[in-house]
Design a protein around this ligand. Structure first.
Ligand SMILES: N[C@@H]1[C@@H](O)[C@H](O)[C@@H](COP(=O)(O)O)O[C@@H]1O
Length: 265
């Protein structure tokens, strides 16, 4: 697990966006796993700007979103499908048919979960999976006690997650208690995982993910077993780590090594 600590949320978004830009330069038909939440929004805005300047193209890209609320139609303003269209897909040159979000309104969610897994496999697997993290260490909607080898399935949301996401629903409005989410096993098969976290409310989860035991109590801790995970955090989200200076030292060494290798090319 590579941990990159940066000054602020703007730098976190740029560092993350660079990884996507580099991937697109290498493989224009990349498969991206995408996330919702407020954290990735600045990264999406950077990618939109690059796309509109003609620096990158999503014309051959396929995307799979991590999760969706159950019982919300795609047109519902709080559905993750609606969020992705509004915040990202409508502003880039992607073919809408190449974007998938788990169907929260599927007549048979169990069949829909199996089909989602099959579609990821048919696309050749995920090149980069983008993740945020919940305050309780969830990734996607894999809440604490999730099986660490789980696949796409229906998950019950914790009261903490429902409370955290209540701000998006108006008072008295139906708020889903269930979700469809890629499993931790699904996420672990992505070739590269990029997890972003900003703000002090994420400090406890980041510490548990990076330093804690690999445990279903912190689903993100499973990423300690992933061969290529980059965790990009601002100072506040890193504030619970025992030795942030060590991670900064490693990153400085990595950048120096990269510069040396580029000099040799
Ligand atoms: N299912 C999503 C997660 O994918 C996201 O990482 C988390 C954190 O959201 P935010 O970035 O707004 O803190 O919220 C939701 O529960």
């Amino acid at each position: 697990m590579k941990v990159v600590i940066l000054d602020d949320a703007t730098q976190v978004a740029s560092y993350g966006a660079d990884i996507f830009r580099e991937q697109l330069a290498k493989k224009p038909d990349s498969v991206f796993g995408l996330a919702t939440g407020s954290t990735p929004l600045s990264l999406y805005r950077e990618l939109i700007a690059s796309n509109q300047r003609g620096e990158i193209s999503f014309a051959r890209v396929k995307t799979f979103n991590l999760d969706e609320y159950m019982d919300l139609a795609p047109e519902h303003p709080q559905s993750y499908r609606h969020f992705m269209n509004r915040e990202f897909f409508e502003h880039i040159d992607i073919d809408p048919d190449n974007t998938r979000v788990p169907p929260g309104d599927a007549a048979n969610p169990l069949v829909a979960c199996r089909e989602y897994e099959a579609a990821i496999e048919d696309a050749g697997g995920i090149d980069i999976q983008l993740l945020g993290i919940g305050r309780n260490g969830h990734i996607g909607f894999n809440e604490p006690t999730s099986c660490l080898s789980s696949r796409t399935r229906v998950k019950t949301l914790t009261r903490e997650t429902i409370a955290d996401n209540a701000r998006f629903f108006s008072a008295g409005e139906f708020q889903p208690q269930l979700s469809i989410t890629m499993g931790i096993g699904t996420i672990m098969e992505a070739r590269l995982v990029v997890l972003l976290a900003t703000g002090s409310s994420k400090a406890r989860a980041i510490r548990a993910m990076v330093e804690g035991p690999v445990s279903a109590w912190c689903p993100a801790s499973a990423l300690q077993m992933h061969p290529a995970t980059v965790v990009i955090v601002d100072e506040e989200a890193a504030s619970g780590l025992s030795d942030p200076a060590f991670f900064k030292h490693i990153e400085a060494q990595n950048q120096a090594l990269l510069a040396r290798l580029q000099g040799q090319a």
